[in-house]
Ligand binder design. Sequence first.
Ligand code: FAD
Length: 287
Amino acid sequence: MIPGSFDYHRPGSVQEAVGLLAQYGDDGRALAGGHSLIPMMKLRLATPGHLVDLAGIADLKGIRADGSDIVIGAMTTQHELIGSDLLAQKVPLLRETSRLIADPQVRYVGTLGGNVANGDPGNDMPAVMMCLGATYQVAGKGGERRIPARQFYHGAYFTALEPGEVLTAVRIPAPAAGHGFAYEKLKRKVGDYATAAAAVVLIMNGGRVATCSIGLTNVAETPLWAEEAAKILNGSALDAATVKQAVAAAEAICTPASDRRGTPEYRTKMAGVMLTRALARAKSRAA
Ligand SMILES: Cc1cc2nc3c(=O)[nH]c(=O)nc-3n(C[C@H](O)[C@H](O)[C@H](O)COP(=O)(O)OP(=O)(O)OC[C@H]3O[C@@H](n4cnc5c(N)ncnc54)[C@H](O)[C@@H]3O)c2cc1C
């Protein structure tokens, strides 16, 4: 349980971090809160020779409004997401999700950037970001680019991030005022990753669904955006028969692994149960 030896670097700017990561190539790794990376290093599942700690880069911190978008610096901690008045007002789904991640000790240091860049299907924020239509801002040697969360996840621990790139911020189009939202997560105990979880954001108009978006956590190699399921719900009053049809469509794209949390069949069904609950709660919250 002791990591291999490595050199530690603490750059003061994004440019410096990008330069270091480019210099060390496959042997370098960005370090954020360390609450996914350090356990992997202790198990020798990751053996970087150089850790580039992003903690000294002030530009990577903070939560701000930019027009109708909310921009969250990659090094913003999960604890800071919970405490943000701006997020509570504009994107309350993030507060709800953060409170279901691990425990306070992890959330004090675990960052949003680390959670979404990690590529672990068990992380909660990626499906939420897909649900919200977020975009990831990334800096590399070649300059800056933006990657939609819905195109970022290619496989377990395999993302659109190129070697040497640093995720600098997450940009979220704030859902319209009065939107309904919910994140429902089944876990075996406090601090556990999801057996299955579902994120919902919807807007109701005259008792019917005007728009709906759904994300699913830990029921495939990547987080899932359940586009078909949401389409089925559009225009409906979220009646039981339509919800059942949408849940079946969501379950149809689930391909969870068998692990200590359950069989693929069980976890798929639990994704459906979480989605049913999330839809009901989102509806009850929608203006
Ligand atoms: C006991 C325990 C329980 C947990 N339970 C949950 C849970 O229920 N749900 C959940 O979602 N998470 C859970 N986690 C994980 C936790 O949320 C981590 O903090 C998070 O996954 C990674 O964030 P980090 O800041 O610690 O990143 P790190 O561990 O430092 O980095 C993770 C990976 O992302 C890369 N990275 C980090 N930041 C950047 C960046 N800005 N640009 C490019 N690459 C970057 C690193 O190189 C590394 O590969 C748990 C962790 C522990 C220890």
